[in-house]
Write a protein that binds this ligand. Structure first.
Ligand code: ATP
Length: 312
């Protein structure tokens, strides 16, 4: 198998902060890897190292077959990076912004003119393509930011939270856009805090926590590890009852496991959860506040691994 990215014990320390603390990765060409993890877990630092913006503290990596430390300029030509922060020039139009980047990549005018219109159309930006980008809405700026990462048709694209702060409609436009690259066999690394996005788009997922990769697999493999059954989530008023409630509930034969998140929140995994809630209530004898029942999500996978929520 050909790998777009291989890392061997890759590390980045900032003084005492172990932002990335030894990661070993093998990302096959043509795959979309979703990267999940709480704030500060090391996702952006990893992307910045792999896209040659930051020099690693230790460890080795190859990107598209090139050595990260010795062949950074070869890597740079072949990758696209859509960073979390906007990198558009507010006093230029969308079209001018994209042309500028295309020229920086040495693409000939005839090629980039056609590509620019095609890209602007796919992101619903064509009708405003000649207005200054400082007049755009937040969502339009973000969509332009995404386009600027791909004008040179990179083999490997890093999208760092490309849909952060977008409304559902714009989010869907960006998802469809990313899916098109997936179909063209580009390799994509996508960091996100959106579980639906991670679940829907990723071929494989990496979950980061404290600078390490704590889980990897397809979304269904990861969710499958939690077993069958529904997640029943609720809060209790008295935190002192928390462990007792979990103990009583997990004695029921249809409750597979119970976990606490913080002092008051409890998660139970139960077969046929929706219909069995009243049976659980009879046994635990506490009021269940903010009660919800759902299928396993990637958030539950993270809770299972760490006892915390992805966004606390
Ligand atoms: P988020 O989801 O908030 O984007 P993240 O997983 O991308 O988080 P990073 O931005 O990689 O996390 O940060 C990892 C850790 O490294 C954090 O503790 C952060 O404060 C620290 N860090 C990142 N860049 C620097 C820097 N230039 N100098 C010092 N510390 C840094």
């Amino acid at each position: 198998m050909e790998y777009a990215i291989e890392t061997f014990n890759l590390k980045k320390y900032f003084g005492d902060i172990h932002a990335v603390d030894g990661i070993d990765l093998k990302i096959p060409k043509g795959y979309l890897y979703g990267v999940l993890g709480p704030n500060g877990a090391g996702k952006t630092t990893t992307i910045r190292m792999l896209s040659t913006i930051l020099y690693p503290t230790d460890g080795e990596a190859t990107v598209l077959g090139f050595n990260l430390r010795k062949e950074a300029s070869e890597i740079r030509k072949r990758i696209g990076v859509c960073p979390q922060e906007l990198v558009i020039y507010p006093r230029l139009t969308a079209r001018e912004n994209i042309h500028l980047i295309a020229q920086m990549h040495g693409i000939i005018k005839k090629d980039y003119k056609e590509r620019t219109d095609d890209l602007l159309g796919r992101m619903n930006l064509l009708d405003r393509a000649d207005s200054l980008s400082k007049t755009y809405s937040g969502g339009m700026k973000r969509r332009l930011n995404v386009l600027m990462a791909v004008i040179h048709e990179p083999e490997l694209i890093f999208f760092d939270e490309p849909t952060a702060g977008l409304d559902p409609q714009s989010r869907r436009v960006v998802w469809d856009f990313i899916k098109e690259f997936q179909e063209r066999d580009s390799t994509i690394i996508l960091t996100t805090h959106n579980m639906e996005e991670a679940d829907d788009l990723s071929d494989e997922l990496l979950i980061f926590d404290y600078g390490k990769i704590i889980a990897k697999g397809t979304p269904s493999e990861l969710k499958g590890k939690l077993g069958e059954g529904d997640i029943i989530e609720f809060k209790i008023s008295n935190p002192e009852k928390r462990d007792e409630v979990i103990e009583l509930a997990t004695k029921l034969d249809f409750v597979r496991w119970g976990k606490s998140v913080g002092k008051r929140r409890i998660l139970l995994n139960a077969l046929d959860g929706l219909r069995r809630i009243s049976d659980i209530m009879d046994v635990v004898k506490v009021e269940m506040k903010d009660l919800s029942v759902r299928e396993n999500t990637l958030e539950d996978v993270f809770i299972d691994l760490t006892g915390r929520r992805l966004r606390d």
